[in-house]
Structures are given as structure tokens and as C-alpha cells.
Design a protein around this ligand. Structure first.
Ligand SMILES: [Mg+2]
Length: 268
């Protein structure tokens, strides 16, 4: 079932402000697809390229995948610097928040091998991930190209997409190595992505679980959708990662990505 929140048609300055805001909207409740706002459908009408973040977007934030990667990063730092778990964890979170990824922090402040880091932290058990047939079906039916844009590694994205049964729907994966190790939300990384894949942001949509990663996409004209956990769903992410659903650069918020996409296909 679709839970979709049109945050107001930003293209129309006269649009009413009466639509529900995600902070107060009952995220766990679902709306019939027939109630999908027309402005949403209009906003997506000219989308030719569908761009998806991977972690906590194509699989839910209550998955144990991200905590596993998180723990591997902590272990990497502990091994590298001879730190105890708590100190390692604090350093990790400092790097992550300040530089966008822990890897970027390590590269800025120390000389470490990115290949070694990426292989180590993504070496996790993905057996908890199950194929998501409805998501696969929805992505398949979207008209146009589909790409993954992730701050993780290509191999991690591939393995994870395979587990979800959605790997064949994507034309390509733009990973942190393709980004020259400069993570989202850096503007240069989006530009690199647009250039490499010949994407016109004015005819593209971006789906992300971290609000600030939608700032540049929105500024460049992409349709921006924030993917949030379902009501009551455990969320492993940091408070700063969760914040920002009300921001102006977030056009739509959904806690049901496949339902959201199905709604667009139904009406499109
Ligand atoms: Mg993510």
C-alpha cells in the first residue's frame, strides 16, 4: 500500500500549504493509490532517469545490513589505530559526520588504502536480505533508465542488489570509487555522475534516505524523494541522518518505496 506525502508542489507558488507534512502525518497509515496527488504524478511525468541510493533506501533501515557494515568500520579503525571499541566508534562517527564517509576522513587525515578499507567493511553476511519482488516489479516498470548512486563500493551494491533480486534492473552502479572517493553530498560527485552517465538532472529523479544528500539533486532540478522507515520500524541510523524530512529540498517523503513507485506507474 502506498504511503505518499506530497510536500507541496514547489513548481507552483500558489499551491496550497494544506497538504500533510511528514512530521505530523501518520507515516504508518496507507492511502489508496487513487489518492496519489496529481501534482506528484505531474512532477514525475518527464522523468527519464531514475536514480537510487543503495543503503537504507533499496532495503529498509531496520535491516541488519547497515549495522554490520558499521561494526566492520569500527573494527577497521580499531585495528588501524589500536583503539578500543568505544574510542574507535567515536572517531568513526566524527569522520562520518564531518567528511560524509569514514573513508573520506581517513583519506583526508591519514594515508590508507581505499581498496583495503572498502573490501574490509563490506565483507558482511547478507543472508538476512530477502528478494523484494514487488520492488523489483516496480523498478522494472518505471519508464527509462535506472542507476544506483552509492557512497559504498560497487561490489557491495552488486551483492546487495542481487540479494534483493533487483540487480538486473539497473543499467549501472556509480560507486565511491567512480566518485573519486568523494562522497555525496558533494556537488562534484553528482556532476561526475551526470557526466559519466549522460544524465540530464532536469529529467531525473533521486531516491535517498539521507535528506542532505538531496540538496544538490534538488538544486540541479531532479525530483527528490526521501525514503523513511515505516512507523515503529527500528531505525539504526544516526539522528542527523534521520533529520531533514521537512527541508525544502525534499519534495516527497515515502515510507514505502515500492508502493510509491507502483503509484507512479499506475497513474503514469
Ligand atoms: Mg543510504
Amino acid at each position: 500500500m502506498t504511503a505518499i506525502f506530497d510536500k507541496g508542489d514547489k513548481l507552483d507558488p500558489n499551491a496550497p500549504e494544506a497538504r500533510p507534512e511528514p512530521a505530523s502525518a501518520p507515516l504508518g497509515e496507507s492511502a489508496p493509490k487513487s489518492l496519489l496527488p496529481l501534482s506528484a504524478l505531474a512532477r514525475f511525468a518527464n522523468v527519464e532517469t531514475w536514480v537510487f541510493d543503495l543503503d537504507n533506501t533499496l532495503y529498509p533501515a531496520d535491516s541488519d545490513l547497515w549495522p554490520k557494515i558499521d561494526a566492520r568500520i569500527t573494527l577497521f579503525l580499531a585495528n588501524l589505530f589500536g583503539l578500543d571499541g568505544m574510542s574507535s566508534r567515536a572517531l568513526q562517527k566524527f569522520y562520518y559526520q564531518r567528511y560524509g564517509t569514514t573513508l573520506r576522513g581517513l583519506m583526508e587525515e591519514h594515508e590508507i588504502s581505499s581498496d583495503e578499507f572498502l573490501a574490509f567493511v563490506h565483507d558482511i553476511d547478507r543472508s538476512s536480505l530477502k528478494p523484494n519482488h514487488s520492488l523489483a516489479s516496480a523498478i522494472t516498470q518505471l519508464p527509462g533508465r535506472k542507476l544506483i548512486l552509492t557512497n559504498g563500493s560497487r561490489e557491495h551494491a552488486l551483492r546487495t542488489a542481487e540479494k534483493l533480486g533487483i540487480h538486473e534492473m539497473f543499467e549501472d552502479i556509480f560507486d565511491i570509487v567512480a566518485a573519486d572517493l568523494v562522497p555525496k553530498p558533494a556537488a562534484a560527485t553528482y556532476q561526475r555522475f551526470f557526466d559519466l552517465h549522460g544524465v540530464d538532472p532536469a529529467t531525473a529523479a533521486m531516491f535517498e534516505d539521507i535528506s542532505h544528500n538531496l540538496v544538490v539533486p534538488h538544486a540541479r532540478g531532479m525530483v527528490t524523494t526521501l525514503v523513511v522507515p515505516k512507523l515503529g520500524q527500528h531505525d539504526h541510523r544516526e539522528p542527523w541522518e534521520i533529520a531533514g524530512a521537512e527541508a525544502a529540498h525534499v519534495e516527497f517523503v515515502t515510507n514505502d518505496l515500492e508502493g510509491f513507485l507502483e503509484g507512479l506507474i499506475d497513474k503514469g
